[in-house]
Ligand binder design. Structure first.
Ligand SMILES: NC(=O)c1ccc[n+]([C@@H]2O[C@H](COP(=O)([O-])OP(=O)(O)OC[C@H]3O[C@@H](n4cnc5c(N)ncnc54)[C@H](OP(=O)(O)O)[C@@H]3O)[C@@H](O)[C@H]2O)c1
Length: 200
């Protein structure tokens, strides 16, 4: 059983991935979110719901106890969030981080210039890449509600291919990364719907 701490657990993608992790993976989950009363516990045998802000070091430190993987599904002041997460992971001895960012942070999407709207995503990714953590940064395209299919993965330095990503496909990929040691470790990957196998 992999113990996964989900930060920002009330986010659209986090809620979808929680369902997928419970349906498809051998995982025990801690759902960490602000105003926790908003989120009903989907499976009290495998899930703990914890109230906390990603910028609250003490609450984060307590939640990181006895976890294997941190999956950050955040928005807003992401550079400060990333700094707090990295420091707290160091303090608690945790190494494995999955961090949801966005396509476009390296100017890798042909024909698109996202400029400063992506600054928090760019800055947080830079902090994580400069850390010694076993990170996977995900740079997804636009979320859709299409059924699950294969993902097209591009590595940092390659042009992003495609445009959209099905939430179910992305959640399946996150579940696989969270529960497969070494899978896409120290990688920043672009993710869209595609023909290529996710096992690249
Ligand atoms: N939608 C797309 O097509 C798309 C495409 C590429 C990338 N993305 C990015 O992917 C990420 C995940 O997407 P999503 O749809 O799940 O986003 P979302 O629904 O906006 O969820 C983000 C979550 O972050 C939480 N959060 C923000 N600051 C926090 C803090 N200080 N402490 C704790 N939680 C905090 C929010 O909590 P509250 O509920 O408490 O505010 C919210 O639940 C986002 O950054 C999004 O911009 C989205």
């Amino acid at each position: 059983m992999t113990r996964v701490l989900i930060l920002g657990a009330n986010g659209q993608l986090a809620r979808n991935t929680t369902r997928v992790l419970l349906e498809k993976a051998d995982a025990i989950l801690t759902l960490y979110l602000r105003r926790a009363s908003r989120l009903p516990n989907p499976d009290p045998r495998r899930v703990t719901v914890v109230e906390g802000d990603a910028l609250d070091t003490a609450a984060l430190r307590a939640a990181m106890k006895n976890q294997d993987v941190v999956y950050a599904n955040l928005a807003g002041d992401m550079a400060r969030q990333a700094r707090t997460i990295i420091d707290t992971m160091h303090a608690t001895g945790l190494k494995r981080l999955i961090f949801v960012s966005s396509m476009g942070i390296y100017g890798e999407v042909p024909g698109e210039k996202y400029r400063n709207i992506l600054d928090p995503y760019r800055d947080s990714a830079a902090l994580i890449e400069a850390s010694d953590l076993d990170y996977t940064i995900l740079r997804p395209g636009w979320f859709t509600h299409q059924p699950e299919g294969p993902c097209r993965i591009t590595q940092k330095g390659e042009p992003f291919q495609g445009h959209d990503i099905s939430l179910d496909s992305l959640s399946a990929l996150i579940a696989r990364i969270a529960t497969t040691p070494g899978f896409h470790v120290r990688c920043s990957i672009g993710v869209s719907n595609g023909e290529k196998s996710i096992a690249r």
